[in-house]
Write a protein of this length. Structure first.
Length: 451
């Protein structure tokens, strides 16, 4: 039998897992949601949701992945042979690939904006013109497809090189670099005149804004941010060595993800307020507001604008790439483990399919804008389907699998490395996986259904 690849060290495991977790969700989604739901008060709820509900699901995926040492479909078939659980495995192969289709389009935008920054395109026009680039660009037919192609080719190139030489090597360089880059932006942003208002917006605890949907938003954000319920944690865990500490890698990933979200919040919001703008969420923040801010702050000094915006878009690109490779790897692991395909063919086939569907997502900002499903453009439809339904559904299935299908002895054996580690926390983690996490997810479902 072919030898299965492994991550080389604990550092590599955490960098790859954190690479999957830290992405656009941290840079634009977290600061915006945090501001909307009461700043520091939201951080408390978010942290609690991450520890009590998200982390147990992370551990459930880790336990399944490392126990079975194979892809999500194979893992379910191996640990619960002859049952319908394998279909859950199949679902969680499909969902990350669906996310990749539209994530790559946004990844492509960061390629375009990096190029625009480096070529001084923003500084050649009046500052007021800069936000208008975005709508013109995304609705144009060819350019967004071209950069989506470049992004997908980069993702495929990394995954093609393998777990150790591709994913591990890239994440070990990209993640520390990303951290440094965002610290530079943080320093710059905090020194801008008027930045304090942004800091205040983020830290002032406003408990009155902690409404029922704030709790659902915290949990939904924790899910998306930690890439839960889509088989990426399961698949990466199947590459973790048997003597590695699962508890530590989970905590390491969650802490890096939260730290990154907070730093990104403090790097982005003060700049927004310093420029006299209102915080808004979504792609508009990253691609309209921030380039405008970098230009406004660097007016008359094109080199400063070029430097700050290039650093920012390299950071976005790195964050998007490390997340996107984890999405593709889930499907590649399936085709190589279950169908005996070689890594090269599996990667090229799946990258091609996601690229083709991604074209429809890209065109849904332009010529296919009128083509809607349930009143949503194709891009928005896929986004809602995945974030609101498929992620929580996958997470629910994984915790129920570990809490109710696997035997408690097997779960304990895997989590404690055969009774040698974290034996004392196991009881708490098991309780959370078996009872609290599934109930928490049902609550998100109901909130999404009724709000
Ligand atoms: N966690 C990523 C982010 O915060 O941007 C998004 C993500 C990555 C979702 C990988 C799903 C996934 F499989």
């Amino acid at each position: 039998m072919k030898k299965r690849e492994h991550f080389g060290s604990r550092f590599a495991v955490i960098m790859a897992m954190a690479g999957s977790a830290v992405g656009l969700g941290n840079i634009w989604r977290f600061p915006y949601i945090m501001g909307q739901y009461g700043g520091a008060a939201f951080i408390l709820v978010y942290t609690a949701a991450s520890i009590i509900l998200a982390l147990p699901i992370f551990y459930a995926e880790s336990i399944i992945g490392r126990r079975a040492r194979t892809d999500t479909f194979g893992a379910m078939s191996k640990l619960a042979p002859g049952t319908a659980w394998r279909w859950a495995g199949l679902l969680t192969i499909l969902s990350p690939l669906l996310i990749l289709c539209y994530y790559s389009v946004v990844g492509g935008w960061s390629v375009e904006y990096l190029f625009k920054s480096l070529s001084f395109s923003f500084t050649e026009v009046p500052v007021e013109e800069v936000p208008h680039f975005f709508k013109r660009f995304i609705s144009s037919p060819w350019q967004p497809i071209f950069v989506h192609t470049v992004f997908m080719a980069l993702v495929a190139g990394i995954v093609l090189s393998g777990v150790k030489d591709g994913i591990e090597r890239f994440s070990k360089v990209a993640m520390p670099a990303l951290f440094l880059l965002i610290l530079v932006i943080l320093g710059y942003s905090l020194t801008l005149p008027g930045a304090f208002k942004g800091v205040e917006y983020l830290i002032k605890p406003d408990f009155s804004r902690l409404t029922a949907d704030a709790y659902a938003a915290a949990l939904g954000q924790a899910f998306f941010s930690l890439s839960l319920g889509v088989g990426t944690v399961l698949t990466y865990s199947s590459y973790i060595k048997k003597d590695e500490d699962l508890f530590v890698s989970g905590v390491g990933t969650a802490v890096s993800d939260l730290a990154f979200a907070l730093i990104a919040g403090f790097a982005v919001m003060p700049a927004v307020f310093a420029a006299g703008l209102q915080p808004g969420g979504g792609p508009g923040l990253v691609f309209e507001t921030l380039p405008y801010i970098f230009n406004k702050m660097g007016e008359g000094l094109p080199i400063l604008t070029t430097l700050t915006s290039s650093i920012f878009f390299v950071a976005i690109l790195a964050a998007a790439l490390t997340s996107a490779i984890s999405m593709l790897e889930v499907g590649v692991a399936f085709l190589t483990d279950e169908r005996g395909m070689n890594r090269r063919s599996a990667t090229l086939l799946l990258a091609f399919l996601c690229w083709a569907v991604g074209i429809l997502c890209s065109l849904s900002f332009g010529s296919l804008r009128g083509m809607t499903l349930l009143g949503l453009t194709f891009f928005d439809f896929l986004d809602h389907l995945c974030s609101d339904w498929l992620l929580p559904l996958g997470g629910f299935l994984f915790t129920v699998f570990v809490g109710w299908q696997m035997s408690k002895d097997d779960v304990r054996d895997e989590f404690t490395n055969g009774g040698t580690k974290n034996v004392r926390v196991f009881g708490v983690v098991y309780f959370l996986m078996r009872y609290l996490a599934p109930v928490g997810i049902v609550v998100i479902f109901l909130t999404n259904l009724f709000l």
